[in-house]
Write a protein that binds this ligand. Sequence first.
Ligand code: PMP
Length: 444
Amino acid sequence: IPAELFDWSQNAPSHLFYQTGGRRPFIERAEGVYIWDAQGRRFLDGSSGAMVSNIGHGNKRVLDAMRDQMNATTFGYRLHFENEPAERLASVLSKLSPQGLDRVFFASGGSEAVESCIKLARQYALAKGETKRTEVISRFPSYHGSTFGALAVTGYGPLNDPFAPMVREMPKIPAPRAYLDRDNSSDEARGLRYADMLRGKIEELGPENVLAFIMEPVGGASTGALVAPDSYYQRVRDICDDYGVLLIYDEVMTGVGRTGTFLAAEHWGQSPDIIALSKGLGAGYVPLGAMIARRDIVDPVVANGGFMHGYTYAGNPLACAAGLAVIREIYEQDLMANTARIGALLKSRLDNLTARFPFIGDVRGKGLLLAFELVANRETMTPLPKDANAFAKLVEYAYEEQLIIYSRRTHGGYEGDHFLVCPPMIATESHVDEIMEKLTKSLD
Ligand code: PMP
């Protein structure tokens, strides 16, 4: 071993180049909802990382399942060998998906899962002889990932702009930010109005050119837990059916229990055609993503020469064994019910904050995918000026209180500061108390 090769100290300049601000403390260990840094400070993980660590950190049963798998094998290349954990996880995911969605394709993350959805949709159209269908409509703001394909359907200027011209940026319609509408129309009317923008966009592009519509059923990082009025979801499904446009749900953040049901789609009782999953599936234990698609979409593609797509690490036995153990744990501890219950409690406590802090403009979300937005004026929903830097400052104040929350400045027609409060699904009442105490101090 060359003498200097593995020399390293925390004080030496970092060779990692993606860090933007100052260097964060080093993570030392994590257990349940808590993370300790190298100085021994204990942080409450109020955002589950980036809404990832759904079942909490250091779950012993998941780690044991991983260790068992590691002792057998960690890798078998998918073109050479099948593996049992991948088969088992695909079986579980198809049983937890809407009727007819029973074909599973693995990836190693959310962007890869979204890429898979778009490429499957393209090949499906080809298999049907619909060669012109290439447009994938999405929404703004939205976030679907950082690879070029996923970025082309992402509606978030600062992330898109540096890469223009992209592979090809895709057409977008506004996300249904009904909470900003100051008119007197009903929630139902607003939902339908936003959904009908999809019809308008399809007509504008020419229905024969439109392949798919992709959306996050509950918005994530880009919108701050944006939930559309109920009427939106069925109307979007109907419009897609009217034009033969595939409906893709990006459930990378919402899936695997985060909103209180296994898939967020279940809240509205209708089914997309293809689903992307990731974050909560690996839950911080392994990089893992999945696409779940309708059998009658996949079968013609397979029959027509195969899906021309794949990732080296996809469906590896270690990642799949961990994913299986994560889902088992969700059932073992009844974590979806806990998410619904603790989510409702946390949301009502956040709602109560609006009485004390007039600058909280909106509180929203589902299950434990919750957020609040800061504004200069709640009546008019006038955002704070950008140079107030509220989204960065409040996160810093919370950090000082040893509470982790996740923030973004939104883009796309309205720029505001929102904050995601999304502890792991194992959170208890006392964790909610602790979050609220620290958050209130930070807001003060
Ligand atoms: N889609 C959504 C809705 C996401 O929230 C994310 C990650 N924030 C992605 C896709 C991309 O996932 P990854 O970072 O694992 O590639």
